[in-house]
Design a binder for this molecule. Structure first.
Ligand code: GLU
Length: 282
């Protein structure tokens, strides 16, 4: 079924060139959003990795593909007050705690003999909970803020999301045990940024009245985090369209760094927008 009248978005981070997977996401979102209802958002919270050159290339590649969107575009680097307000609300619910652990601390905690095998969640290894007992009154500039997943789940009743895509179509109810074991206490505010991908994407999809989010199937567990945050923050919930991942001939996922698959590389080799559509089966 083709959803109608949706407000959709493509939300790339200018940390590398767009590749075929991005084109796939953007083309699906644009076809569901139609003119004026397809938005572009620049997810540039990680200022150490984003560059103006990658951002310019994103605009150029998307225009070349034939996509149009209203301007000015929303940029996450302009949105800090909105993220801080969301963190204040979550703090009021008592679901945040400060965390000073480095990656090395987390690895060391996970290698302790009493720990089982480390679970890998959407953000890497599932946090072992070392700082969970710390109070927010103790939070300082060197701290990240984490979501206490168990506590957050205990505050919300039935939470789920609606999937429109062909892979997992239907209603999905969050599985609390899975989220505690396989996702865990994710970072909502990174120490160097004052926000995180999960928090920003949820706040911004609501601010832009997005009704359908198109993204890769690798973000399915991330969507569960987003549904939980939408419930905690009392934000309207879009529906989701998780698409299959574009892989190379050996079955390996295309990473942004894989310049060989960058749209700009295909363009330089003479490919047309129709060729790109054909490569992603659209
Ligand atoms: N900035 C994210 C990315 O480029 C957006 C993904 C999403 O939330 O749909 O992967």
């Amino acid at each position: 079924m083709q959803p109608d009248g949706q407000i959709t978005r493509f939300a790339p981070s200018p940390t590398g060139p767009l590749h075929l997977g991005h084109a796939y996401s953007a083309l699906i979102a644009a076809s569901h959003g139609r003119s004026g209802q397809f938005l572009l958002r620049i997810e540039d919270i990680d200022q150490t990795r984003c560059t103006p050159a990658f951002e310019a290339q994103i605009y150029d590649d998307l225009h070349w593909l034939g996509l149009v969107w209203p301007t000015p575009v929303m940029r996450q680097s302009d949105r800090r007050p909105a993220y801080h307000a969301a963190l204040r609300k979550l703090n009021g619910l008592g679901v945040l705690y400060p965390c000073r652990c480095t990656r090395g601390d987390i690895r060391a905690a996970l290698s302790a003999p009493q720990e089982g095998a480390a679970m890998i969640g959407p953000d890497g290894v599932v946090y072992p909970g070392t700082c969970r007992g710390r109070a927010m009154s103790d939070a300082g500039a060197a701290d990240a803020l984490r979501l206490d997943m168990r506590r957050a789940l205990s505050l919300v009743g039935f939470v789920g999301f609606v999937e429109n895509g062909p892979l997992y179509g239907g209603h999905h109810r969050l599985d609390g045990d899975h989220m505690i074991a396989n996702i865990g206490d994710v970072v909502l505010s990174r120490r160097d940024m004052g926000t995180s991908y999960h928090l920003s994407v949820v706040v911004d999809d609501a601010a832009q009245d997005i009704t359908e989010v198109t993204r890769g199937a690798d973000l399915f567990d991330a969507t569960a985090i987003h549904a939980l945050l939408q419930a905690l923050l009392e934000l309207p919930q879009p529906t989701y369209w998780h698409h299959d991942l574009i892989r190379d001939e050996s079955g390996k996922r295309l990473a942004k760094r894989d310049d060989a698959r960058a749209l700009s590389t295909y363009r330089a080799a003479g490919a047309s927008p129709a060729d790109i559509r054909a490569m992603v089966n659209l």
